[in-house]
Write a protein that binds this ligand. Structure first.
Ligand SMILES: Nc1ncnc2c1ncn2[C@@H]1O[C@H](COP(=O)(O)OP(=O)(O)O)[C@@H](O)[C@H]1O
Ligand SMILES: [Mg+2]
Length: 332
């Protein structure tokens, strides 16, 4: 992304997002204070260990929270409106039409009893008010766009008749059909083999170049972030602990957790899960420690890191923020 994007208004901005689960055994603080921006047409990577709050953050944005979860605070500014203030009925119009969703397991996301054509067509009928005939013609074009051969035949297939990679591409065709401004992809390549994964990421980039869609890409794989993303939000214990343009973060990682994550960036496709190379265990959001959630694993932790609220966000630059008390020391 070039530097004039900084002057643009964000397509999506999450401010102070907080979502907790109220369970029989207590409160699970899944999302505590999440702040990030996505510019039109760019790719934001949400990265962080399993359980850090990435999925619940995007589900909070989409209004698709599981039972027991409640969005307590925050603004979700999207295309000039606050999604947090919208009714469920209004959100039904945003989902699918303005924001597309691609999940890790497209088999589970697709309905096994309907053909691929019907599933891609349905969202066009609903959101674009097309006739069924029109929508099926469009489904063929969309399948061609995601590089599925013989699309006229493929629209008649059921999800189980497609390979995993093809199904993920079909699910992506369904998501981009209504021409959303934003695609949210939650670990879409985790279930794919290395070659299929690489092809899928290339396809996403191509679709973005053709349509100008912005993407929120959730992953725990730093090599994917490196090749795909313009901007990054690093999640830890329900907080965005560092965020900014990828190049800046990679050059000047400032939070001790980000530094640990970037300690060894594997080449794309390396199946070793490098996030596990950060020593220690991620926090349990049902029992977060006081202070900074990363403090118990942080070799640079000071006394104040173990008490009170998590550190506020300090600016490394206009566009690069970090939540770490070390920044206060530095600025003092
Ligand atoms: N249905 C649920 N009930 C209770 N807690 C949940 C539920 N789903 C997720 N959580 C909690 O929320 C935290 C964040 O989950 P999630 O956003 O799915 O993490 P990530 O996507 O980063 O792996 C998890 O650590 C878990 O403790
Ligand atoms: Mg997740």
């Amino acid at each position: 992304m070039d530097s004039d994007t900084q002057e643009q208004a964000p397509l999506l901005e999450a401010r102070g997002l907080q979502t907790h689960f109220f369970t029989r055994v207590g409160v699970v603080k899944a999302v505590n204070d999440v702040n990030f921006q996505v510019m039109p047409g760019e790719t934001l990577g949400l990265v962080g260990e399993s359980g850090s709050g990435k999925t619940i953050t995007v589900m909070s944005i989409l209004g698709l929270l599981p039972r027991g979860a409640e969005r307590l605070k925050g603004e979700i500014l999207f295309e000039g409106e606050d999604l947090a203030k919208k009714t469920e009925k209004e959100m039904q119009d945003v989902r699918g039409k303005r924001i597309g969703l691609i999940l890790q397991n497209s088999m589970a996301a697709m309905d096994p009893v309907f053909t691929i054509g019907t599933q891609i067509g349905e969202s066009l009928v609903v959101h674009k008010k097309m006739s069924w005939k029109e929508s099926l013609q469009n489904a063929v074009d969309l399948l061609r766009k995601v590089r599925i051969g013989a699309p006229e035949l493929r629209i008649k297939n059921f999800p189980h008749e497609l390979s995993g990679g093809m199904r993920q591409r079909a699910a992506s065709a369904a998501a981009i059909g209504p021409q959303p401004a934003l695609l949210i992809a939650d670990e879409p390549t985790t279930a794919l083999d290395v070659t299929t994964q690489r092809q899928y990421l290339e396809l996403l980039k191509e679709l973005q170049a053709q349509t100008g869609v912005a993407i929120i890409f959730i992953t725990h794989d730093m090599s994917i972030v490196g090749s795909l993303c313009d901007r990054i939000a690093v999640f830890y214990g329900g907080l965005v602990v560092e965020t900014g343009p990828k190049d800046e973060l990679f050059k000047n990682p400032t939070h001790p957790y980000t530094k640990a994550l970037l300690g060894a960036i594997p080449v794309l496709g390396d199946k070793v899960d490098r996030l596990q190379s950060v020593e220690g265990e991620p926090p349990n959001p049902g029992q977060l420690p006081p202070g900074c959630p990363f403090a118990p694993r942080c070799s640079a932790a000071m006394d104040k890191c173990h008490t009170g609220d998590p550190p506020p966000q300090y600016q490394v630059s206009d566009v690069h923020g970090v939540r770490c008390w070390l920044m206060e020391e530095e600025n003092a």
